[in-house]
Design a protein around this ligand. Structure first.
Ligand code: FAD
Length: 349
């Protein structure tokens, strides 16, 4: 490892890595690359980082809950996420767990969720009231995933951007940086849904969300409400604001939220607590989650699957962008370092 680092430090003066895309995948990759001592430029067509799918995310770092629908790899890779984020953007990670609830008539949903996931214990009405006093008396049983965490993606993206600038990473924003490849030793595509049609095998999964504002209730942690048709979660953002998400629609349409989705999201929020019925809708938005057929994010290194002029892509983050960006950024940085050393004729790193 030490040998690899000394070979890398020989490269770092002469090699610039261009990261296209300043969403969670791009910023995490930029951090891991700069930790290796490489010069990094991040280019994004938006005027500021974090304005793609990352803008709409719940920011849940919930590897055990996600295992309900995802394979074991998501749990394995996601375990390090909360620690990585805490180190990267200190003070922004809340480690209060996730509460999973369901109405009494849907108890079978809770049993199914419990059997398909791990890292939880059953909670009764008293324990639910202790965890979330606002929900006292409303639910008889639930699951508590106490090791899970969450963050506010918008605060995290801004903090990471500032941190990267302070470390010397160059940002080219509002700029597609066409032609910048010729100045870079290596190009990594992190353009999220922008890579659909350019990175082979990607599709879009539309996710609609809204922000509610109410002083009537407060929550300490993300609460997932199971429902056979419209499972939903509510993530507290502080200041009486709650992010309510999210639809899962097979489409790469990032256009305005539909009336039907607003009804589904607000109905389920109302089922969690009637105070949400009087809350103000302060924001509606839709993001497109980039996904491969197996919904598993990955670093793509095969040139025939990549756009011309691109060496690697961190792609298909699906519904795991914040959860899996740390692990994939590390993989991408290691692969980038290896490629750079190979290109310089240092073929045995
Ligand atoms: C409603 C919703 C809720 C979610 N909740 C969670 C959650 O709780 N936890 C979790 O882990 N994940 C969650 N996700 C998933 C997560 O948001 C995505 O996986 C993640 O944001 C994808 O990140 P990305 O960096 O790949 O793409 P993006 O965030 O879309 O970033 C791509 C960037 O590339 C830029 N770009 C595009 N084309 C170009 C180009 N040609 N040149 C330069 N720049 C370009 C864009 O402007 C953008 O800034 C959620 C997603 C949605 C939609």
């Amino acid at each position: 490892m030490r040998q690899t680092h000394s070979r890398l430090s020989r490269l770092s003066g002469s090699s610039t890595v261009l990261v296209r895309g300043a969403g969670v995948a791009g910023l995490a990759a930029a951090l891991e690359l700069s930790r290796l001592g490489l010069a990094v430029t991040v280019a994004d067509t938006s005027p500021a980082p974090g304005h793609g799918a990352s803008f709409y995310a719940g920011g849940m770092l919930a590897p055990w809950c996600e295992a309900e629908t995802a394979g074991p790899e998501v749990l394995k890779l996601g375990l390090e996420a909360a620690d990585w984020w805490e180190a990267a953007v200190p003070g922004l990670v809340s480690r209060k767990g996730t509460l999973v609830l369901c109405p009494p008539r849907d108890q079978s949903e809770l049993r199914r969720f419990a059997s398909r996931s791990s890292g939880h214990h059953m909670v009764d009405a008293d324990a639910i009231a202790e965890l979330e006093p606002a929900l006292a008396g409303r639910f008889m049983t639930g699951l508590f995933f106490e090791r899970e965490a969450h963050l506010d993606p918008r605060l995290a993206m801004t903090a990471l951007w500032q941190q990267l600038e302070a470390q010397g990473v160059t940002f080219r924003l509002g700029d597609a940086a066409q032609g910048a490849e010729s100045e870079a030793s290596l190009v990594i595509d992190c353009t999220g849904p922008g890579a659909i049609d350019r990175v082979q095998g990607l599709r879009g999964v539309r996710g609609e969300m809204l922000y509610l504002e109410t002083g009537e209730i407060s929550l300490s942690r993300p609460v997932r409400l199971l429902h056979p048709r419209h499972p939903l979660y509510v993530v507290p953002r502080g200041g009486g604001r709650f992010m309510v998400g999210a639809t899962m629609i097979e489409s790469d349409d990032g256009g305005p939220v539909t009336a039907r989705s607003v009804m589904e999201l607000t109905n389920t929020a109302y089922a969690l607590h009637p105070a949400f019925g009087e809350a103000r809708i302060v924001e509606l938005g839709a993001g497109v989650r980039p996904a491969f057929d197996d919904n598993m994010p990955r670093v793509v290194a095969e040139r025939e699957h990549l756009p011309p002029g691109t060496d690697l892509a961190v792609a298909g983050m699906y519904r795991h962008g914040f959860l899996l960006a740390p692990a994939l950024a590390r993989q991408a940085a290691d692969m980038a370092a290896r490629r750079l050393m190979e290109n310089k004729g240092d073929a045995n790193p």
